[in-house]
Structures are given as C-alpha cells and as structure tokens.
Write a protein that binds this ligand. Sequence first.
Ligand code: HEM
Length: 274
Amino acid sequence: MTGPTTNFPAVATTEEEVSTADQRPDADAAGALYRYEGAPVPLPKNQGHFVLRFWRSAVGKKWVMAVSGIVLLGYVLAHMLGNLKVFLGSEQINRYAEWLRDLGEPAFPRSVVLWGMRVVLIAAFVFHIVAAAQLSRMNHRARPVKYQSPRDYAAANFASRTMRWTGIIIALFVVFHLLDLTWGTANPDFHRGDVYDNVFNSFERVPVAIAYIAAMIALSIHIFHGAWAMFNSLGINNPKYNEWKRVFAGGFALVILVGNVSMPLLIVTGAVTR
Ligand code: HEM
C-alpha cells in the first residue's frame, strides 16, 4: 500500500463527504486505501451568487436575523413612544396618528411614506421568521438525535430556550392586534381614525387587557435574549463587552415591558380614565 493521493480532501468535512467516505474509489471492499489512479475528481464548487451563498449559510441567516431584529426593535420602541401619548389625551394621540399618515407631504402623496415604512417592517418581519425557521432546521439536521443526557443549561437561560415560543406568541399577538386596533374587526366599538377611543374601548375589556399584558411579557423576554444574541450574530462577541450587552438587552426589554404594559394595566384597572 502507498500513501494517500491528492485527488481527495484528506479529511471528510461535510455531512455528504462523511456519508460517502466508504464509497471512495481509492478504497477496496474492506475499506483499505490504495493509490487512486483514475481521472481527477473535481471538488464541489461554490454555486450561485455570493448573496445567495451568504443567505444559505448559517452565518448569513444570523446576520439577517440580527439586521431584521434591529429594524423590529426600532419599530417597537418608536411605536411604544407614540402610543404613550394616549396618556396625554385624545387630541394628542389622534393628531400624532394623523401626522404619521401625512408624513412626507407635500413631497409625497398622503400615506406613501407610511406605506414605505410598512413595506420595510413587513420585509423585516418575514425575513426574521424565515431565517429563524431555517436556522432551527439546520441545527436540527446537525443533531437529529436529541441529547441523551440532561442538557447543561449553564450557557442557555430561560429566555434563550423559549425564543421559539415567545416568537410564536408575538406573531399571534400581531395578528390579533391588527384585527383589534387597525382593522377593527375584533373590536366591537371601533371607529376608524379615533385611535384614542379605540385603545380605551379595547383595554377596558378585561380579557383583552390580560391578553395584551401576557403578550408584552412574552415580547420582553424575546427582546431580552434577542438583543443580546444580535451582537454575537454580528460578530461582537468579545467577553469584554458582555456587561454592556447585558445592560443594553436588559434595559431595552425593561423599557418595552414597563411602557407597553402600563397602557392596558392602567386603563383596565381604571387608574387612567378618558
Ligand atoms: C400596549 C401596547 C400597544 C398599543 C397601545 C398599540 C396601539 C396601536 C394602535 C392604536 C395602532 C393603530 C394605529 C393607527 O391606525 O393609526 C397600532 C398598529 C400597529 N401595531 Fe400596535 N400597539 C401596541 C403594541 C404593539 C406591539 C408590541 C407591536 C409589535 C410587536 C405592534 C405592532 C403594530 C403594527 C404592526 C401596527 C400596524 C401599523 C400600521 O398601520 O402601519 N403594536 N398599534
């Protein structure tokens, strides 16, 4: 027997290479290697545009999750700050909602800028969910058999382990929320254009207020881990920044929790009335 040839990668590195290792043409029936003297076997080439290859890779999907996550975080914060005007009275919040529709006028026709922002938001939402689902499938394929011993959760806290479930709750919440406060289908006393009354009509009903509060808790848990993971996905994972990352993720989640829960809570308990 002679040494290995150069026509094959020395070490099987991909799943496919590992599974076809026993079919190598330079191995005999018993699997022993001999010098391969056939035609050179081409190595698989990278296929497709680099953007597509990036999207297909785990690193690419993590980037997409992080960048779309930043857009969503920005929206959630801006939306909350706008909604808190409900405590300033009907005139303030209704004028703000009108201003959003007029944004960009007269350079753009009414609602065009708002629709532009909606398109970006919808795209971020879709990319975030698709990348998460595909990453989870890739992880599952890499470890199809469950851990045989109890998992060591030292590096995974409650928030990180529940990302899928808090994510599903948020998606269901958004559907209900649009039916409730944008289209009015789920809100019996909905009046188009009267944001102030719509919010009160909604939050004065106990089951609705409870649903909002529960969803906001899920959202904050999701943000707590997501805002932390976002830095790692973008390559900012030097341990010297850990403290800052923790403060940012925890602070952001807390602000969103307090701000968003205050509205249904203070209205349903009658602490704030119209
Ligand atoms: C207590 C918390 C919240 C309140 C009081 C609230 C209130 C509202 C109101 C009044 C509208 C309709 C605005 C209008 O028609 O002018 C709206 C729309 C919307 N909300 Fe919320 N919201 C809350 C939390 C959230 C959260 C956490 C999310 C996302 C996770 C969200 C996502 C949306 C979306 C996507 C729309 C549609 C925006 C559009 O028409 O372009 N909301 N919200």
